[in-house]
Design a protein around this ligand. Structure first.
Ligand code: OOG
Ligand code: NI
Length: 466
C-alpha cells in the first residue's frame, strides 16, 4: 500500500479546535475557568450520588469528557463573513443546522448553529458554534446604518493563513496533520478578544445607543467568542452555587423546568463582565473605555421534541411568561419558577407517554428477547409492547430562540429590552450563507425512522421463534 499524505478527520480538527478555544477563553476570562471548575465538581458529585446515571453515561458517552464545552457563540457583521465562516466550519465537520430569528425577541440578528451531524461525529466531539449575523436592516437610523456598514466593509476578520488553508482543504478533500495544526491556530485568531476597538468612543456610543449588540459587532476587529458552554449534569445546583464561587448568575435558568424526563435544553450563564477597551481618539492615540460582552454559560440537554411536542412546549412557555415575566434583577425568581413548574404539569413526564403521544423523538433498538427472532413481524407497536424493541430518547442538539434571546438580553445589560417587528428571513440568510440550513425536525425524524427500520430489518432476517 502506498502511503498518501494522510488527512486528519474533520472530527479530529474540531476536537483540537474546541480544546484550543477553551484554553484561550479560560486564559482571557478567568471567571470562565472558575465556572469550569464548578461544573466539573458538580458533575463529579452528581455521578457519585447516582451510580446508575454513571453506568448509563459510561455506556453511551465519553465519561471523561462529560464536563467539556458543548458550544460557543459569535456574532458576525456581513454576509461575506458568514459565507467564509461556513467554509471554515465545514473543514471541521460543522454544518449549519436550524434558522433562528431573534428579531422577535428584541435582538437584531438571525442565526444558525454550525454543528457536527450524526451520532459518530457528535460523540467524537459535540462542539458547535451558535453563529449570528447582524441585521442592520432592522436599524431605523439610515445614517448610522451606512456608517456601520462602511466600518464593517473595511475589516478582515480572517487571517490570510486561515483562508489559504480552507481553500487547500476544499481542493484536496482535507488537511494533513501539519496543516490541520496550523489551521486551528490561524482560525483561532478570528475568535480572539481585541482590547483595542476599531472605532472612536463617540461612534461606539452611537452604535451602543442604537443597540448594544450593534456596538459589540461593529466596534471590533473580529467576532470575539462571547461565551463557551460546558455540559452540566445538574444545572440547578451549578446555578445555585455560582455566587459562592464569586460569579453572578443570570436571574433564571432558561428553558423548561426541572423534570424527571428532561426535554429540549436548559441553560443559564454568568453575567457578562465589564472589560477595559481602548478606543481610537481621532488623533492617532487611544482613549480608555469599557465594553460588556463576554460571559460563561452552562447547558443540560433532554429529548428532541417533534413539531407537536415543540408546539406544546412553546405554548406552555408562553403561558408561563404571561403569568410571570422573569425580571432581570431576579426579584421574582421564585414566582417564575413556581409558574413554570405549575404550567408544565401538562407536559407528560414519562418516556412512554411522551413517545405514545408523539411529543418526542426516540431511537429504537432490539432487546435481548429478540435474539431468537419473533414468530411474525407485526406492528412495531406490538413488538415494543411485547418487549422485542426498546426505545431511548434522542438528545436535542440544537437551540431555542426564546432561551437564546434570554441569554443575549442578560448579557447585553438588563435595560436593553427593545422591540422589533418580527421579520424572519430564512431565504435571505441562506443566500448570504451560501447554503441551505438543515431542518432539525427532519433530521431527528430521519434518525428515528432509520433506527426503527433497522430493527424491523434485523428481525426479518432472523429465524422465526417457535
Ligand atoms: C448567542 C446566544 C445564544 C444559546 O446558548 O442559546 C446561545 C449570543 O449571545 O451571541 O448561545
Ligand atoms: Ni449559548
Amino acid at each position: 500500500m502506498t502511503i498518501m499524505a494522510a488527512k486528519v478527520s474533520p472530527d479530529d480538527i474540531r476536537a483540537r479546535f474546541s480544546s484550543a478555544m477553551s484554553a484561550m477563553y479560560r486564559d482571557e476570562v478567568p471567571a470562565y475557568g472558575t465556572l469550569m471548575d464548578l461544573v466539573a465538581r458538580v458533575n463529579d458529585e452528581t455521578l457519585a450520588a447516582q451510580p446508575e446515571l454513571k453506568a448509563r453515561l459510561d455506556a453511551t458517552d465519553t465519561l471523561e469528557r462529560i464536563s467539556e464545552e458543548r458550544h460557543g457563540a459569535i456574532r458576525l457583521g456581513t454576509a461575506e463573513e458568514l459565507a467564509t465562516m461556513r467554509r471554515i466550519f465545514a473543514v471541521m465537520g460543522m454544518w449549519p443546522v436550524g434558522y433562528y430569528d431573534l428579531s422577535t425577541a428584541g435582538v437584531p440578528v438571525h442565526s444558525t448553529a454550525f454543528r457536527p451531524v450524526g451520532e459518530g461525529a457528535l460523540k467524537r466531539n459535540p462542539f458547535r458554534v451558535f453563529t449570528s449575523l447582524l441585521r442592520l436592516d432592522l436599524i431605523g437610523d439610515e445614517g448610522l446604518r451606512a456608517e456601520a456598514s462602511a466600518i464593517l466593509a473595511r475589516r478582515q476578520i480572517f487571517t490570510p493563513g486561515a483562508v489559504a488553508l480552507t481553500e487547500k482543504a476544499e481542493r484536496d478533500g482535507g488537511l494533513s496533520h501539519e496543516d490541520a495544526a496550523r489551521f486551528v491556530s490561524e482560525v483561532l485568531e478570528t475568535f480572539r478578544w481585541h482590547d483595542k476597538a476599531n472605532v472612536e468612543l463617540s461612534m461606539y456610543r452611537r452604535l451602543h445607543d442604537a443597540h448594544r449588540l450593534i456596538a459589540d459587532v461593529v466596534s471590533f476587529k473580529g467576532p470575539h467568542i462571547n461565551h463557551l458552554t460546558p455540559r452540566t449534569l445538574d444545572i440547578d445546583k451549578v446555578q445555585s452555587r455560582m455566587p459562592a464561587f464569586g460569579i453572578a448568575p443570570k436571574a433564571v435558568v432558561e428553558g423548561p423546568p426541572t423534570r424527571k424526563c428532561p426535554i429540549l435544553l436548559r441553560q443559564t450563564s454568568f453575567k457578562a463582565l465589564e472589560e477595559p477597551v481602548a478606543f481610537r481618539d481621532g488623533d492617532g492615540g487611544w482613549q480608555a473605555g469599557t465594553h460588556t460582552a463576554r460571559f460563561g454559560e452552562i447547558e443540560q440537554r433532554g429529548v428532541a421534541l417533534t413539531p407537536k411536542g415543540r408546539a406544546l412546549y412553546d405554548k406552555l412557555l408562553d403561558d408561563t411568561r404571561r403569568l410571570v415575566r422573569p425580571a432581570a434583577d431576579g426579584s421574582n425568581v421564585d414566582a417564575y419558577k413556581a409558574a413554570l413548574a405549575g404550567v408544565f404539569k401538562s407536559f407528560p413526564d414519562d418516556w412512554a407517554t411522551i413517545r405514545s403521544r408523539r411529543l418526542g423523538y426516540f431511537s429504537y433498538s432490539l432487546t435481548e428477547k429478540s435474539v431468537n427472532g419473533v414468530s411474525s413481524i407485526s406492528d412495531p407497536e406490538v413488538l415494543i409492547a411485547e418487549g422485542y424493541i426498546c426505545f431511548d430518547p434522542i438528545v436535542y442538539e440544537d437551540f431555542l430562540p426564546v432561551s437564546a434571546a434570554g441569554i443575549f438580553q442578560s448579557n447585553l445589560g438588563d435595560g436593553a429590552q427593545q422591540e422589533f417587528t418580527a421579520s424572519p428571513n430564512q431565504k435571505r440568510f441562506e443566500v448570504e450563507l451560501g447554503a441551505e440550513v438543515l431542518n432539525e425536525f427532519d433530521h431527528y425524524a430521519g434518525i428515528e425512522k432509520a433506527s426503527l427500520e433497522a430493527c424491523l430489518a434485523a428481525l426479518a432476517r432472523q429465524p422465526a421463534a417457535e
